[in-house]
Write a protein that binds this ligand. Structure first.
Ligand code: NZQ
Ligand code: ZN
Length: 392
């Protein structure tokens, strides 16, 4: 077991109608002029944005709005947001939406409070020393960005998707009303559930230090998300299932399921970020498409964890060799993905990359992780290419 620093400063306000508390929360954290940042328009269509601006109008809180954060949010909009905030003297950011709007808002927050090009942080050239305070009204359970320290941005030039992590970017508050997620298309609900599973699994499949309490929390979270993902596939308006998944999404990526280990593996995410950057696929679907190939590639190097996952999470009978049990666990998770209509390879994701594209993605991925990364197994460029090939 390793020493750890568990820091989750975000105030969570959870339940029906909680978005109506947004003005008092902004005041509590000192906001006087707000940028409301949102995505491609779902919050306009659902009426949520109007409800939020009505609350701010009634409270006399000044604001400007900026929509247009797309899935795999773009650097050019971040630059626009930074200019707007400086011009309008914004002192508080409110992201209304999912991971894309939240991540874009975090990047705007770094850009406003630090000199120079904000991309430097995503390019690992330097570290931010401040961020504008940020609050969130969450509309999709998925990334955990509402409590996490990370932000993932895509630079259009070169289609480079990179993440930057800093405690400075953690939201001050997160409003989570499970009802707000009921307008999601089924595909996005399933993508979100996959991402939630994967944030815990990245921390679970490690060779470095584990705690029983962390493992038990992780396994309970994974089982809960799977049960409720299947309920939502049939009954998308089920409030309790929405609530279970929404809270799991935050707990999965706020550090809780990584306490005591070596920081996790994270290579499924790194490989997916190449797919997201190049082909603009939904993050959760990209993870599902790559995971099985990654798991088979690294399984031997992390066998006790794969065996434990198979038995404790996927309910595999502990009969036969460890290898056979581990493999049945991998197959069981892939079967679950199919049941919620997630892809289990690149073809099912709708991609048919050329050998050159696979080579380029493996190269960019290796550069992005400074040569090599992984805890279940350390992976280098040749390994990344082998996994991409196996996932065709
Ligand atoms: O853009 P709008 O019109 O709002 O539509 C969105 C979008 O098309 C739609 N949507 C969201 N809430 C809705 C809704 N539609 C109807 N009703 C609602 N209530 O769903 C689509 C996906 O939204 P998005 O915000 O892109 O989803 P998600 O939360 O999955 O975010 C994905 C991004 O976050 C990054 C991903 O790589 C990707 O770029 N990640 C961020 C992380 C973090 N900051 O900690 C960690 C993750 O691993 C991930 O990498
Ligand atoms: Zn993710």
């Amino acid at each position: 077991m390793f020493a750890f620093n568990y820091y989750t400063p975000t105030q969570v306000v959870f339940g029906r109608d909680t978005e109506l508390k947004v003005a008092e929360l902004i005041r509590q954290f000192g906001g006087t002029k707000v940028l409301i940042h949102y995505g491609g328009g779902s919050v306009v269509r659902s009426g949520l944005l109007k409800r939020v601006t009505d609350v701010l109008d009634a409270a006399g809180i000044d604001y400007v709005t900026l929509g247009g954060a797309v899935p795999n949010p773009r650097l050019s909009l971040v630059y626009q947001g930074i200019e707007l905030c400086k011009r309008e003297k914004v002192d508080f950011l409110l992201a209304v939406g999912g991971g894309s709007a939240i991540d874009s808002a975090k990047a705007i927050g770094y850009g406003v409070t630090n000199e120079g090009d904000v991309w430097d942080f995503y390019d690992y050239k330097r570290k931010a020393t401040a961020c504008l305070p940020l609050g969130v009204i969450l509309t999709i359970a998925a990334t955990g960005s509402e409590m996490s320290d990370s932000s993932v941005i895509t630079k259009e030039e070169g289609l480079i998707k990179r993440g930057y992590s800093s405690d400075l970017g953690r939201p001050r508050f997160a409003i989570m009303n499970p009802e707000l997620t009921m307008t999601l298309p089924d595909y996005q609900t399933a993508c979100g559930c996959t991402d939630i599973l994967m944030h815990t699994m990245e921390r679970y499949f490690t060779n470095g230090g584990n705690m029983e309490i962390t493992d038990s929390i992780a396994e309970g979270l994974l089982r809960t998300v799977m049960v409720n993902a299947e309920i939502l596939a049939k009954d998308p308006k089920n409030y309790d299932a929405r609530a279970e998944v929404m809270w799991a999404g935050s707990l999965s990526h706020n550090g809780l399921t990584g306490c005591g280990n070596d920081g996790g593996d994270w290579m499924t995410h790194k490989l997916e970020h190449e797919l997201g950057g190049l082909y603009d696929v939904a993050h959760g679907a990209g993870l599902a498409a790559i995971w099985g190939s990654w798991a088979r590639y690294v399984c031997q190097s992390c066998l006790p964890r794969f065996r434990r996952f198979a038995v404790n999470v996927m309910g595999v009978e502990p009969v036969g060799t460890d290898e056979a049990i581990a493999l049945r666990g991998i197959e069981a998770l892939e079967a679950f993905f199919r049941r919620i209509h997630m892809p289990t390879n690149l073809r099912e994701l709708g991609l048919n990359p050329t050998e050159q594209e696979l080579t380029d993605m493996a190269h960019k991925c290796a550069v992005g992780v400074n040569g090599g990364k992984g805890s279940a197994r350390m992976l280098y460029e040749a390994d990344m290419l082998a996994i991409f090939r196996a996932s065709l």
